[in-house]
Design a protein around this ligand. Structure first.
Ligand SMILES: [Fe+2]
Length: 228
């Protein structure tokens, strides 16, 4: 399998380029607009045809490269079916399988950070978007976020996966690249709670500033205004 973890320094976003083999079909998860030309160059260098692009959710901190990639490569753009705006060509439902060559990704609705957040499971690894981060969890104070949903998605869905499952988030601000379910259960400070209410109290008292890009990125990524 070809697996590349790419990084946007401005927003600390991880983008993933995945393919079963060279000379085959590729998938990109959470592309950043500014790097679209780099992705296309990399696809050419690896002899890959971009088939599908997934956004885990409507991002508030960067502009998605999904529309630009669709314009340039005719790929299919995908989001979970809880995303209201019509910004993608295909919406997937909870438990739906997305195929790219021999690769099969399972869509999992994991609300909390936003009501429309999905995670995507690929064999031994899960792309958790901003639902579960490495040693953290995605904030729940805007875009219909809900600490209660976040708790349910994490404790009663993601953490039920085998402990050796690799965790690849959409962001990291400290240079951490990958974790496992086992590590997060043990060492993620937000998950060391004795009750759902304790988790909700933590999330309701983070007092974070809004992302700098939020007023621009959310309307653009939601399709409420045009990107060009
Ligand atoms: Fe986010």
């Amino acid at each position: 399998m070809i697996f590349r973890q790419l990084f946007d320094h401005t927003s600390s976003t991880y983008t993933y380029l995945i393919a079963a083999r060279t000379d085959g079909e590729a998938l990109i998860i959470d592309p950043v607009l500014e790097h679209v030309n780099h992705y296309i160059k990399l696809l050419e260098e690896l002899d890959l045809k971009l088939l599908k692009v997934i956004d885990t959710h409507i991002h508030a901190d960067h502009i998605s490269g999904n529309a630009e990639l669709r314009n340039k490569t005719n790929c299919i753009t995908i989001m979970g079916d809880k995303t209201e705006a019509d910004v993608v060509s295909m919406k997937v439902s909870d438990n739906e399988i997305i195929k790219v060559d021999d690769l099969k990704l399972k869509a999992m609705h994991t609300p909390g950070h936003t009501s429309e957040s999905f995670s995507f499971l690929l064999n031994d690894r899960i792309f958790t978007g901003d639902t579960l981060l490495i040693r953290g969890t995605g904030r729940t104070d805007f875009q219909n976020g809900s600490p209660s949903d976040s708790y349910e998605s994490i404790f009663n869905n993601i953490l039920k996966l085998p402990e050796k499952t690799l965790v690849y988030p959409a962001h990291d601000y400290k240079g951490q690249k990958v974790s496992t379910i086992k590590e997060e259960k043990k060492f993620n400070p937000r998950l060391q709670v004795k009750s759902k209410q304790e988790y909700i109290d933590i999330m309701n008292n983070l007092n974070l500033p809004n992302p700098k890009m939020m007023d621009v990125a959310v309307p653009l990524n939601s399709g409420l205004v045009k990107k060009t």
